[in-house]
Design a binder for this molecule. Structure first.
Ligand code: S3P
Length: 745
């Protein structure tokens, strides 16, 4: 076999779209020395040669069999139910050194055919299925790029030899396809649902309209929707007839499931049940918008993960000032809680100002996956049709919450009280974060929660446990732990109470009260009593002070800046950043102070004044826990030394934020060092350079604003996760005067 070729010769049996496209893909890319074709009719063979699809063609494989040996591949691309007769012929003339593969859409029936003809002697017969096609058919439909970036599923069977499997994989990879492996059974079940069922429906719908409709000219009135929906009804009729029959059992299961759901939809229309209709349509829309979810049977979209894999780099020009009046997106903590409590409430909750960032959307999707009908978000507006404390239903797969620690920790409290089992998973960063801080106290309440090693996600939460109220003395000041236990307390017997070692954000307590649930606070002990109910309410989410912080610090470090952030939440448990910046000498004024839906808000104006280094009071640390990355930039631009202590929690956030900031600041020429629970930073001159965000949104945004005071360009790597908390950060940054380029690769 020539070294430059992936395979030696390719023989394509069946000169339709699938076969001719592989033939031309291989020729175009120099995958093999030559391509031979086997067609049913002379005329097709001649056409295939004259179009340059194959080098030579015949109607009888036996005539070319003597030319074939090790390193050659035969690709069978005939209708599924014809595969058997082709295999019978191959058995008589092809040695088992030649690799045989196929492209049939059903694998179970082909495996049966293979077994009936070859028995256990199947080392060289590798079943596969290219997930690519077109409604076009015939020899002229060939497309040499049909498989580029498409998936090819290889379904190995017992007795296949690794070298033959590898040859088939290499061939497909050489035509730019992505190869995956699956069992025959899984393949047929998945394809029945995602391909065979839609084809059956499309054929049946068009047939119904064409033949059963009273209006003979019905298609004249059909517009784009009809065209999009029925495109696949133009596909090859014989091929699809074969597929339905070959995959009978799985196709029938899929049709039954669909028929039942259609009957339910019919019933909801008949009974004017708008909520059920909204539920079906919103769930379907989300699934369609992120439709890899459906294919992977993941409860929450993995497209988030795909986005993250996209490399996003910010290049920020040095210098500038920030000016103007802006409103940053909704508070992340409050957005999460609005969906959780709205879902568990009785009645309909309207949310305004909802943060449409990936973290809060992960929570929203999790509740949709548990049967809650949620409309939106649409410009920050969300309508949650609450199901009551006991109305959630089991999700069909793991709940995937991406990068969001808040979703995972708070949800675990709610899920511990449910009757069904759940699995909570997240992205790579979340998978490294400690969950024992919630799993352990929940276990004390009677929950059964499994974790991966060292208390890391995924979490396996068993339903049906009887929870008992406990008193828990929190070892760390964590609003997430407190909230998790209070939410579990809604389902526990008696009273659940928590002591916090220092005040932490109290959005859960405030919002529970807003939903009419009594929450008591005595000194540092917060408690709830089980047995109550939540009543739907309206929520106006203030702008997130944690997002506003980047612009406050941006203004505080650049002479001439004057910036106003409107409608910002100034809950006393969140204003550590204002207190700390004030101590450093910043000029901050609050105006228009008011309360919306139980949360205080104000407009915050910052006018530049020089900053000085300080010893950050430890009492402020939990009140500014998410703001330290930005505050460390302020410290680097202040005169003198800033000392941060008591902030060891920063080491277990989306990344180790102490180390990430110190590493980046050092790269930018600042004298600083990390301590176990904080950092010591000398104010100085920021040079330009390239810094790592470690996929942490707040690290990325902090180094972005640092460029305002730098003397050279700052490049920040891995910024895709900014969308978890602040989807329009770069737009607002540019609007107020930061020169920023977003580079995607
Ligand atoms: C949050 C609490 C904080 C914070 C996180 C959001 C919340 O975490 O860092 O971004 O919404 O309850 P801890 O409670 O773990 O400190």
């Amino acid at each position: 076999m020539a070294k430059t070729h992936t395979i030696n010769q390719l023989v394509v049996i069946g000169l339709g779209l699938i076969g001719t496209s592989l033939a031309t893909a291989c020729k175009k890319r120099g995958v093999c020395q030559r391509v031979l074709g086997v067609g049913r009719r002379e005329s097709v063979c001649e056409q295939a040669v004259s179009l340059g699809i194959v080098d030579q063609a015949t109607t009888d494989i036996k005539t070319i069999a003597p030319l074939l040996g090790e390193g050659d591949v035969i690709f069978i691309s005939v209708p599924t139910l014809t595969v058997k007769s082709v295999l019978e012929t191959l058995k008589t003339c092809i040695p088992n050194t030649v690799t045989i593969t196929d492209g049939a859409s059903v694998k179970g029936s082909v495996e049966q055919d293979v077994r009936s003809i070859f028995g256990d002697d199947v080392s060289n017969i590798i079943l596969g299925h290219p997930i690519a096609g077109s409604e076009k058919s015939g020899v002229e439909a060939f497309n040499p790029d049909l498989y580029a970036d498409h998936r090819i599923i290889i379904t190995p069977i017992d007795g296949n030899s690794p070298s033959h499997i590898q040859r088939v994989k290499s061939m497909w990879q050489a035509v730019d396809a992505q190869v995956l492996e699956m069992s025959v059974k899984d393949h047929d079940a998945v394809l029945a649902a995602t391909s065979h069922l839609p084809h059956a429906i499309a054929f049946s719908l068009v047939d119904t309209l064409a033949h059963d409709s009273k209006n003979a000219n019905i298609f004249r009135y059909a517009a784009g929707g009809f065209k999009d929906f029925t495109r696949i009804a133009s596909s090859d009729a014989t091929m699809w007839r074969d597929i339905m029959l070959a995959n009978k059992a799985s196709v029938l299961d899929a049709i039954d499931l669909f028929s039942n759901n259609l009957a339910r939809l019919r019933h909801s229309i008949e009974t004017d049940d708008a909520t059920t209709l909204t539920g079906v349509f919103t769930r379907a829309k989300v699934a369609r918008d992120r439709f890899t979810t459906m294919l992977s049977h993941q409860a929450y979209s993995k497209t988030m993960q795909d986005q993250k894999d996209a490399h996003i780099v910010y290049k920020v020009a040095p210098g500038g000032t920030v000016n103007g009046t802006i409103r940053v997106p909704g508070d992340k903590s409050i957005s999460h809680r609005s969906i959780m409590l709205g879902s568990l409430a009785e009645g309909t909750t309207h949310v305004k100002g909802f943060l449409e960032g990936e973290d809060a959307l992960a929570t929203l999707q999790a509740f949709r996956d548990m049967g809650v009908v949620i409309e939106g978000p649409d410009n920050g507006e969300v309508t949650v049709h609450g199901v009551g404390l006991h109305g959630l239903t089991a999700p069909t797969g793991p709940l995937y919450v991406g990068n969001s620690g808040t979703s995972m920790r708070l949800l675990s409290g709610i899920l511990a009280g449910q009757a069904f089992n759940t699995q909570l998973t997240g992205d790579e960063s979340l998978t490294k974060r400690p969950m024992n801080r919630v799993a352990k106290p929940l276990a004390q309440m009677g929950a059964t929660i499994g974790t991966a090693a060292e208390g890391r996600p995924p979490l396996e939460i068993q339903g049906g446990s009887d929870l008992n109220g406990i008193h828990y003395d929190m070892p760390v000041a964590s609003a997430q732990v407190k909230s998790c236990l209070l939410l579990a307390g809604l389902y526990a017997k008696g009273q659940t109470s928590v002591t916090e070692p220092a005040p932490t954000r109290d959005h859960t307590e405030r919002m529970l009260r807003g939903f009419g649930y009594d929450v008591k606070r005595e000194n540092d002990i917060i408690s709830v009593q089980a047995g109550g109910k939540l009543t739907a309410t309206d929520i106006d989410v203030p702008a997130d002070i944690s997002s506003a912080t980047f612009f406050l610090v941006a203004g505080a470090i650049t002479e001439g800046s004057d910036i106003t952030l409107t409608h910002v939440g100034i809950n006393p448990t969140r204003i550590g950043v204002i207190n700390i910046l004030n101590l450093m000498g910043a000029n901050i004024t609050l105006s228009n102070e008011r309360e919306v839906g139980g949360e205080p808000v104000a407009d915050i104006r910052l006018q530049y004044a020089p900053l000085k280094g300080i010893v950050v009071p430890e009492s402020q640390v939990p009140l500014a826990i998410d703001e330290f990355p930005a505050l460390m930039i302020a410290a680097a631009c202040a005169e003198g030394e800033t000392i941060i202590t008591g902030a060891e929690e920063l080491r277990v956030k989306e990344t180790d934020r102490i180390q990430a900031m110190i590493d980046g600041l050092k790269t930018l020429g600042i004298t600083c060092h990390a301590t176990e629970d904080g950092a010591v930073i000398q104010g100085g001159t920021l040079k330009g350079g390239t810094v790592e965000s470690f996929h942490d949104h707040r690290i990325a945004m902090s180094f972005t604003i640092a460029a305002l005071r730098a003397i050279g360009e700052i490049t920040v790597n891995n910024c895709a996760n900014v969308s978890t908390s602040f989807p329009n950060f770069t737009d607002l940054a540019k609007q107020v005067g930061i020169s920023l380029d977003v580079i995607r690769s």
